[in-house]
Design a protein around this ligand. Structure first.
Ligand SMILES: NC(=O)C1=CN([C@@H]2O[C@H](COP(=O)(O)OP(=O)(O)OC[C@H]3O[C@@H](n4cnc5c(N)ncnc54)[C@H](O)[C@@H]3O)[C@@H](O)[C@H]2O)C=CC1
Ligand SMILES: N[C@@H](CC=O)C(=O)O
Ligand code: NA
Length: 818
């Protein structure tokens, strides 16, 4: 025997009822022995409740609503029953509606609606739907019978939420099914007392009916047909990556449903669980989908965690005081009081210090609870044994549930770590010793971020999402976007990383979209959807979205943007940048950013500040971490100047060579920064700081290579004009070096706490002599690299290598957050 149950949406329309009949026919064709339970047509129960209310208040237009209910049912008859059989069915259904109308007339006369009458009124929903579907099934030649559950399910007289008398019910059910081999179509949700008064079974009522029948008939399976493909790993409205759970245990289903998964209401399936009958949750509208099987033991699992769910709005009550330590009975009194007032407690947490107990409740009752406790504990409060009772609001609970967590270590660690890295503060924690549910209380505004980052981390085969905000779509920014676009498939399949650009801006336009901006059309998107740039607004939006694993990428050379870094890091958003401004300002600011990132557990990465994509910063940091000490740094740190001195020849214009460096993407947005030495000064300053020296910008001595008039040029075009005018000066510099067999190199050095940069002619003996193209070279002399320095050499400027360095920093954050 199999018991099928169809919910309100499954029997809600002509089309869905057709589907239902098809499913029944399929079972018949397979030769399955089945019994089928039906809910009322979707929405009807609520309408009946409303009609009952209207009748008591004397509102006469309730009849209008009754007509609408009648029409809806009549339409099914018209659509699904052959014309010649319709009149008989109309008459039958009319009879049931008449009974309802008589009842309502009575209610409206006495203006009173007892719970008993309320149950009787709501019973019409299931009676009507089941009657009509029975007729539809019969008209297809299937021997079927309408079964009014009130004849077989016996309950006590707690109207609204009746308790089933299982002994009597099981006997009646078994007798009834033994009598006939016709297909039984059973009204869900309702039963009756021994005096045959109609009762209803409370929340999850029709599932309960199916479960009672299944248990009484020792069914091999109970199928709950609904409108979704079974239970999901999380609420898909909150977690877009949620997916179907193929198998789940009763205990897990209980834990998850308590936290608001609405697909089934497991307590109503208790009779089936008790007899070890599996329950399948299936989709009427997608009947070939395997749905979710709920059973005593789950199959081998891919994931340790089964699901994540939440109660979005709770209040926390904190009872605290020194008088509670070691005093027996405080918690007994506390929870006794709550029970006496029928206050349901969602979660409890007490630390072993016994200094405080906190518990979560529905926030709507919070004020009331406070008043009750203030009164009950007035003496304890007056004597100072208990401090005042505190209520905290705007909180949510997240439950991470899975049998796989039992006796498996590291799950809680992972959970707290991912929340921590995303800046989600944990207000309270509870884990039962059953070990299948870890519940955390967090601020409500972090709910979506917390749910998504937990889902992302626990369901590992799904790619982890990295949410990027890019400022600057110039040379480096656009190259980065292209590289991300080209590499996204690889990252997804090989690194399980989904890189999602959710915001971008340049000086003119900005666009933000938490669902992601498609990278094959980002320019058009900026043009069509972009609004006028406001960096403060952009940053505010980032904080508002509060997305997990967020990274802010500054690909500008802007000085003002730096002021936002600290607040971004503070909001647990990592920052990656090739922009050197932040790290080359006052030392205190540099330190503050480092500390903020460290304290927040997020990353501030800037490998491309020195030598573009060359692994220079990482190398220095690695040596420092391992306890090495820096003695001397000597370096060529300007790709632009390298290129210029490797290209400039007598007979070609110096200004043209600078132009070429700019065209090749080596220069700063403003090439005066390269030629003046500023860019190199910034780099040596950053290197010295990374090497552990608290240098200030003014500690770097710049011996400029430019004549005064070039330095004073007020604009970039004026600067180029000055370069043209001073061509002889540069030719002379070159000629002087060449006559000595030397090459011109712009060298930065740091030793004995002093940094200097300037033009140094080097001879063939010097390791910097051979440098070609736009290469950089850095030589580190340290305690451990004393006899022969550690040298890093290679292209130190250009769009591809710089963007690639930025990209590598971004991806490393993805790995860190994982
Ligand atoms: N070219 C290279 O080889 C290397 C460059 N870098 C650094 O990369 C950074 C970017 O350089 P490029 O891409 O060449 O510059 P760029 O001038 O081509 O692009 C800058 C972009 O930033 C935008 N922008 C500037 N200020 C803004 C603001 N306040 N709000 C919004 N958008 C703003 C501009 O609209 C433009 O899209 C610079 O800091 C540079 O020092 C670092 C290492 C190597
Ligand atoms: N303009 C810089 C590029 C990287 O910082 C250079 O020429 O080295
Ligand atoms: Na670098």
């Amino acid at each position: 025997m199999q018991v099928l149950k169809f919910g309100g949406t499954s029997v809600g329309s002509v089309d869905s009822i057709k589907q239902v009949i098809q499913i029944i026919e399929n079972h018949r064709q397979n030769g399955d022995q089945i019994a089928v339970v039906f809910s009322a047509m979707g929405g009807i129960t609520n309408q009946l409740i409303e009609i009952g209310r209207m009748a008591t208040t004397g509102e006469t237009d309730y009849m209008e609503l009754v007509r609408r209910i009648e029409d809806r049912h009549f339409n099914v008859i018209k659509a699904l029953i052959p014309i010649k059989e319709q009149s008989k069915v109309f008459a039958h259904v009319r009879g049931i509606i008449n009974e309802l109308e008589d009842l309502l007339r009575g209610v409206s006369l006495i203006r009173e609606l007892s719970l008993r009458t309320h149950d009787l009124i709501t019973s019409f929903g299931e009676r009507l739907s089941t009657t009509i579907i029975t007729e539809c099934v019969k008209s297809r030649g299937i021997p079927a019978q309408f079964c009014d559950a009130r004849k077989i399910i016996k309950t006590d007289a707690q109207f609204g939420q009746a308790e089933v008398n299982y002994t009597l019910t099981n006997q009646l059910v078994q007798e009834h099914f033994a009598k006939t081999s016709d297909l039984q179509l059973v009204t869900g949700f309702i039963g009756s007392t021994e005096k045959n008064e109609t009762t209803t079974l409370g929340r999850g009522g029709s599932d309960y009916t199916a479960s009672i029948l299944g248990a009484a008939l020792n069914a091999e399976v109970i199928d709950i047909w609904t409108d979704v493909d079974g239970m999901m790993t999380a609420d898909p409205r909150k977690v877009p990556n949620a997916f179907n759970i193929p198998t789940i245990t009763y205990a897990e289903a209980m834990e998850l449903s308590h936290f608001g998964a609405k697909v089934i209401y497991p307590p109503s399936l208790q009779p089936a669980f008790a007899r070890n009958i599996p329950v399948r949750v299936l989709n009427t509208f997608n009947p070939t989908h395997a749905g979710t099987v709920v059973s005593r033991t789950a199959e081998r699992r891919q994931y340790t965690i089964t699901g994540i769910s939440s109660i979005d709005d709770i209040a926390l009550v904190n009872v605290q005081g020194s008088g509670m330590i070691g005093v027996a009975g405080v918690s007994a009194k506390l929870f006794g009081v709550l029970a006496a007032h029928k206050i349901s407690v969602i979660l409890i947490s007490q630390a072993s210090s016994e200094h405080s107990i906190c518990f979560a409740i529905d926030p709507r009752g919070a004020e009331n609870v406070k008043n009750i406790l203030d009164e009950e504990f007035a003496t304890e409060i007056a004597h100072g044994h208990i401090d005042s009772i505190a209520i905290e609001r705007d909180l949510s609970v997240i439950a991470t549930v899975g049998e796989g967590m039992k006796k498996s270590s590291g799950i809680a660690g992972k959970l707290f770590s991912v929340l921590g890295k995303n800046g989600v503060n944990i207000v309270a924690v509870a884990q039962g010793s059953s070990e299948i549910n870890i519940s955390v209380v967090i601020n409500k505004n972090n709910l979506s971020k917390a749910l998504n980052s937990l889902h992302n981390i626990f369901f590992q085969s799904e790619a982890r999402v990295l949410n990027l905000y890019l400022v600057g779509t110039g040379l480096i920014g656009k190259t980065l976007l292209q590289q991300i676009y080209n590499q996204s498939e690889y990252l997804r399949s090989e690194k399980l990383l989904k890189v999602c650009v959710v915001g971008m801006t340049n000086t003119k336009k900005m666009v933000l979209d938490p669902k992601g901006i498609s990278l094959d059309g980002w320019r058009e998107r900026l043009l069509t959807d972009g609004v006028t740039t406001s960096l403060p607004a952009f940053v505010e939006k980032i904080k508002d979205y509060n997305l997990p694993n967020s990274v802010f990428i500054d690909c500008t050379s802007d000085k003002d943007i730096v002021q936002f870094y600290e607040s971004l890091l503070d909001a647990n958003i990592s920052v990656v940048t090739p922009n050197k401004v932040a790290n080359s300002g006052p030392y205190s600011e540099y330190r503050r950013l480092q500390r903020t990132a460290l304290n927040r557990g997020v990353k501030f990465l800037y490998e491309t500040n020195v030598g573009a994509g060359l692994p220079i910063i990482n190398t220095v940091q690695g040596l420092m971490t391992a306890g090495d000490r820096f003695l001397k740094i000597e370096a060529i740190l300007s790709g632009t100047l390298s290129f210029i001195f490797n290209t400039f020849r007598p007979g070609i214009s110096f200004a043209d060579v600078v132009r070429e460096a700019k065209e090749k993407g080596y220069t700063e947005p403003d090439p005066r920064d390269d030629l003046s030495g500023l860019d190199v000064a910034r780099k040596i300053l950053i290197l010295a700081r990374e090497a552990g020296f608290a240098l200030e910008p003014e500690d770097v001595t710049i011996e400029t290579l430019l004549p005064e008039s070039c330095l004073a040029a007020p604009t970039i075009p004026a600067f180029f004009e000055e370069l043209e005018r001073n061509n002889n000066y540069f030719e002379n510099l070159l000629a002087e070096a060449e006559t000595k067999g030397e090459k011109l190199r712009f060298v930065a050095s740091f030793e004995n706490n002093k940094a200097t940069i300037g033009l140094r002619p080097v001879n063939t003996e010097h390791p910097f002599y051979q440098l070609t193209g736009a290469d950089n070279i850095v030589s580190f002399t340290t305690e451990r690299y004393k006899d022969r320095p550690l040298v890093i050499k290679g292209p130190g400027a250009g769009a591809e290598v710089t963007a690639s360095g930025v990209f590598a920093d971004v991806v490393s954050i993805g790995s860190y957050l994982a």
